[in-house]
Design a protein around this ligand. Structure first.
Ligand code: SF4
Length: 434
């Protein structure tokens, strides 16, 4: 039923190992990317965890050097756009002062996601945020880890299966009784060990990948890009864990759990609540962002940026929700903005054939539906959702190509037809949810 869904070009597979001729060009906070709307900086936020001081520094950076907006990415990082030429040193100094650049040599490899609601919505699961913090410290202290690509992804999942579904290169999944699984790429099997050893094991997995990539000589950026003869194997991984003093055993054919991303919401009691805030299309201006920082400051002192371009605020006060909604941010699960994502498009990206954000805004109210939708200005589909159960809109120059699970692809859907066509495409009842 999913045959009509085009495969994004980034979906590498074992059948087609990738041979890279150059290093990855992922932007960072120190390596800025020249875009059509100015320079772009991507600030890594391991586990999505920000203190109010760090979040305030990001707002200041957006105002002082950029276009006054922050963008949330599909890995829970924060992007600044419209940066002026020559601002790099000032930006780095500001970020470093807030503790956002603890290891300049490693800043682009700190791609670490963690279950955003871990510890906030139920007992009996390990603290994925603590794992992420411990792991980030180990990663930054390992000089060799700076050789990872800016695309290599680590996930620390408390056991529910939310960030584990983001196709990480190394997944740590919480189990009962203080245990954890570590998965290499998309392997069906995994390695089980004590939860307290999970951060060190994840680092050893990264080392194993780099060794395998060096042997293969293909400059693979990600585990799935390794040729079959250099694929990572549990036996060798366990040997390396054992050499490091970590006891582990293989678990065959793991039934990997899946949990949907947190929805915009205000869950909790009357006095204190966990809020999940959705900025439409993941873009938020500095004034809106500062409202979130104020709410966090009066609550837990922390913000958690999610890989679904939302922000979790633990222990928010009773009036926080009204303040957040008053500045145009979403806290209700049935908003037309839920599960609507878009790439940068025009005017920020030279490759784009449309102003995809403006087009998405124009039809958002009339194109609701249960299926996620992603708008792209070209075939690269930057930031597209994982899995296959989403509606794919790609600008063609004379409209949009619309692909949805189980339906024939529609070419060049005109702006006047978009709302109805998209609403129809998002209603497919037979889709697989992951
Ligand atoms: S999908 Fe294409 S148009 Fe959109 S940001 Fe990526 S490269 Fe640019």
């Amino acid at each position: 039923m999913l045959a009509a869904m085009p495969q994004p070009p980034s979906a590498a597979s074992r059948d087609a190992p990738v041979i890279r001729e150059r290093g990855d060009a992922c932007p960072g906070a120190l390596r800025l990317h020249a875009a059509d709307d100015g320079f772009l900086a991507r600030v890594r936020v391991p586990g999505g965890l920000l203190t109010v001081q760090q979040a305030s520094a990001l707002a200041l950076a957006a105002d002082r050097f950029g276009d006054g907006h922050l963008e949330l990415t599909s890995r829970g990082n924060v992007q600044l756009r419209g940066l002026a030429d020559g601002c790099g040193a000032g930006l780095a100094e500001l970020l470093d002062g807030a503790g956002l650049l603890p290891a300049p040599s490693h800043e682009r490899v700190r791609n670490i996601v963690a279950t955003p609601l871990s510890g906030l919505d139920g007992p009996d699961r390990p603290d994925a945020s603590a794992w992420a913090v411990d792991f980030d410290r180990l990663l930054c202290a390992a000089p060799w880890a700076a050789a990872l690509s800016g695309r290599f992804l680590f996930a620390f999942d408390d056991g529910r299966g939310d960030v584990a579904a983001l196709a990480p290169d190394v997944t740590v999944l919480g189990r009962s009784r203080g245990r954890a699984l570590v998965r290499l790429g998309r392997a069906g099997d995994a390695v089980e060990l004590a939860g307290q050893d999970a951060p060190r094991a994840a680092l050893l997995a990264a080392r194993y990948f780099l060794d395998a990539a060096a042997e293969a000589g293909t400059q693979a950026w990600r585990v799935a890009e390794l040729p079959a003869e250099h694929a990572l194997e549990e036996v060798e991984f366990i040997r390396r864990l054992d050499a490091a003093g970590i006891a582990a055993a293989t678990v065959r054919a793991v039934d990997w759990p899946y949990a949907a991303p947190p929805r915009p919401s205000r869950a909790g009691g009357h006095d204190r609540a966990t809020l999940c805030v959705l900025p439409p299309l993941g873009r938020i201006d500095s004034a809106q962002w500062r409202v979130l920082v104020e709410v966090a400051d009066e609550g837990s002192g922390r913000l958690r940026v999610t890989p679904w371009r939302s922000v979790v605020l633990p222990s928010a006060g009773a009036r926080a929700a009204a303040r957040i909604e008053a500045v145009g941010l979403v806290l209700t699960p049935d908003s037309p903005w839920e599960t609507v994502t878009a790439c940068t498009g025009r005017p920020g990206c030279a490759k784009s054939l449309a102003d995809v954000r403006a087009d998405a805004r124009a039809v958002a109210d009339r194109a609701r539906g249960p299926l996620p939708v992603h708008w792209s200005g070209c075939e690269r589909r930057c930031g597209h959702p994982r899995g296959t159960a989403w509606v794919d809109l790609v600008a063609t120059g004379s409209g949009y190509r619309l692909a949805a699970p189980g339906r024939p692809v529609r070419e060049d859907v005109r702006p006047s037809e978009l709302a109805a066509a998209l609403a129809d495409a998002r209603t497919d009842p037979d889709v697989v949810k992951k």
